[in-house]
Design a protein. Structure first.
Length: 287
């Protein structure tokens, strides 16, 4: 009898799907995009996030239930360049031919690694995908998101336009606030395990120093060089994302007599999280 009950419970959990909705479903890749869509669309759409909290946008694989959701969705808003999207876009196109797919990063000013020349064209390697930590890049993402939502809800254009304009003003205010905060920093360098704040650093004149190199764990020689750098620059804080392995970070923190501080650039509360990250960087760089 116990085995039968256990089997029924397992079957029930396995068949669990998100609640049905009468609203059009808009899929987004990462949590900050949910914030962007809801700022513009309000409650017009049901937003489904493909990469769940705590999962890596580089390595995540969709579950069968999510593929089913996508088949029912009207729109998928891509963020661009993350490993999850690159690996799944063709499969999603094939399984959901009626799904409208919009890449919201078409205006992005990407930060790329080395260039490799092939005849008359150039390949960019190592493009950093974390554009959502930059208010300047988010302005562009939000503009593309707005256009896609107007196409989905043409009868609501006036509402969407008003919400979009209001949100763009909020982004401008956040940008001004962060610039003022970072301009006053005595030190501009900070340590982080995974280089997730590259665009934030570029926008505000900071220098991000990552433990990870090309997505790989730091070598002993790299760790030694970071210890020397941290001591020379009086850096006592190492930032880490929730999704990252903290072992090497804690080891380095012990070496420099510092501490590990968690940041969450993938948090749904996008503006609040950027303010929190700015405050943590400010505290970390105080003499």
């Amino acid at each position: 009898m116990r085995k039968i009950i256990l089997f029924i419970l397992i079957l029930g959990f396995g068949c669990t799907t998100p609640p049905t909705t009468d609203k059009p479903i808009v899929a987004v890749s990462i949590l900050p995009q949910k914030f962007f869509v809801e700022k513009i669309a309000g409650n017009l759409a049901e937003v489904r996030v493909l990469v769940p909290p705590g999962a890596s946008p580089e390595l995540y694989s969709l579950m069968p239930s999510q593929m089913k959701d996508l088949a029912a969705a009207k729109l998928w808003l891509r963020i661009g360049k993350i490993g999850f999207e690159e690996g799944w876009v063709e499969k999603i196109q094939q399984s959901s031919p009626g799904l409208k797919i919009v890449n919201t990063s078409v205006q992005a000013d990407w930060i790329a690694g080395e260039e490799e020349v092939h005849g008359d064209h150039v390949h960019l390697h190592g493009i950093d995908p974390h554009i959502w930590v930059s208010p300047g890049e988010v302005r562009k993402i939000v503009a593309e998101t707005y256009l896609a939502l107007v196409n989905l809800f043409p009868e609501q254009k006036d509402l969407l336009e008003a919400n979009h304009n209001r949100f763009q003003h909020e982004i401008d205010e956040l940008d001004t606030e962060l610039k003022s905060k970072f301009d006053q920093l005595p030190g501009k360098k900070f340590l982080i395990f995974h280089p997730a704040l590259t665009y934030l650093a570029r926008d505000y004149g900071l220098e991000q120093i990552a433990l990870e190199v090309d997505g790989k764990e730091p070598s002993p020689s790299h760790l030694r060089s970071l210890v020397e750098l941290a001591k020379a620059e009086n850096i006592r804080v190492i930032f880490i994302q929730k999704e990252s392995n903290a072992d090497n970070t804690r080891q380095l923190a012990r070496e420099i007599g510092g501490e590990v501080v968690q940041v969450d650039p993938l948090n749904e509360a996008w503006d609040q999280q950027l303010r929190e990250i700015a405050n943590k960087i400010t505290q970390a760089t105080k003499p």
